[in-house]
Design a protein around this ligand. Sequence first.
Ligand code: OXD
Ligand code: MN
Length: 591
Amino acid sequence: MANLVEDWVAEQARLTKPDRIHWVHGTEEEIRGLVDVGIREEKIGIHHTFQPLNPAEFPNSYLHRSHPTDVARTEHLTFVCLPTKADAGPNNNWMDPGEARKTVLPLFDGCMRGRTLYVIPYMMGHPDSPYARPCVQITDSVYVVVSMYIMTRVGNKVLDIINSKGEFVKGLHSIGDLDPQKRFIMHFPQDDLVMSIGSGYGGNALLGKKCISLRIASYLGYQQGWLAEHMIVMGVEDPDGDITYILGSFPSACGKTNLAMLDPIMKGYKVWTLGDDIAWINPGPDGRLYAINPEAGFFGVAPGTSDKTNPNMMKTLRNNKSYPTLFTNTGLQTDSNSPWWEGLTENIPAPMLDWQGRSYVNGSGENVAHPNSRFTVSIYNCPTLSPETDNPKGVPISGILFGGRRSDTIPLVCESFDWEHGVFKASANGSETTAAATGKAGVVRRDPMAMLPFCGYHMGDYFAHWLRVGSQLSRPPKMFFVNWFQKNNEGTFIWPGFRDNSRVIKWMVDRIKGKVTARETAVGLMPYLNDLFMDGLSLSPETIDRLFRIDKGEWQNEIAETELFYAQFGNRLPVSLQNRLTELKEKIEKC
Ligand code: OXD
Ligand code: MN
């Protein structure tokens, strides 16, 4: 047992043939040394690993430029390797586990020659939490080591936990030669294993994140009665001094990070941040759901982040704590040696290098920062961090909100009639695609619970699992559906978004606390306008009407899309969801 990790590492070293092996202990001094390794690589132009930035503006911060073909998650190269295609479901690319090994083992063979193999023992979740999982990642990228140090809890203690548990989740990663033709992100849920080669990009390479905390963990949760979800975790303090804990599910690059650290408009309200991307949710002994954030950092989208849109994130990035902060594929303002991205300031300062390090010509119409450029920063830098963040039990959840990016159809806010209706609505949720994954942006795709790219098994079984979890709860959270992204005929957003979203959050808290009633519509429960805090907002009656409109034609289209989407799940689609769809269709016909 004592050699569990050593044996696995030795086997991977025989395969990958590194020149050196470095066991990461996770001390501050060691990480400083590894940042220096990255800075030296930068100087000799290896991977543009780390370029120090102006410490007066962004202390302990580094710019990283990735290979230009390695800038986002590659969903078409991501596989779930369960025994049969049916187990992986229509939502995943599938490969037989044996076939998958045969495909990637030759690529791993000797891939670390001349390089260092880093062994990173880390915890997803606080080590004291019964819900946390010990993991080990092997990688040959210093950028990945430093990123994992920021995003997870790295250290020797994990090895003791593994030895006492007798198990851990394994991640083998190499950047290979960054050739997209030889890029694979392979998941083996039955072996607690991920093998990823050919990419250094966050979601493909920081294996604790999407690969383990969502794909592998969702499979584990299915078997063990809990949920691993693509959700923020936040506490909303109201003027009574009560804190209501809420989860929020949105697809990638739809404002989760901004929402998780919202600065509410209304006096007496405050948001406490616990997580901006992933929640592990367990039923508690009191019939409620409890959530932890398994991560310890933010890997957020930079463009659009500013003192106006998310002042708390800007403070987080400027906060001088022991953890380094990384900026990946942003622009660089060379006079001040500071990162820049679209939206940070109104005008583009000069002189500027774009995300590939090329001199930027103002007016060229090109992007300065890559649209999916990111920052990687410790959650402990966050000024709104909840004191409950490290609570091993997690926080009790009273509301779950689901959102997406939709120009039309979906109203500003709507509550489900009950848990089953909420699961139905979340299963049919659609959103316009973004730059977080490669492929065309702006196309509506069904993205149930924002988990389409992250559910590690058959989506029909996943819906059934949600229904099962809910049926065991005596105090299930309320479920809300929001859309901050409606546009008018000119293509302009009609809801101001950002801080103004707190008006909608207030209504949810009032609903949870039983302070306000709601009106029943065909699609769910909607607010009485009088119950919405609208002070300081001047929206025309037409805009308000549009924000809450249920358009028969748009909904008929929505229902047709859902029918098409549901058809792929065959008899693995829970009958109750099909019935809810039929019910909705009948109600919309009568509208
Ligand atoms: C992320 C994503 O990086 O969802 O969080 O792509
Ligand atoms: Mn995400």
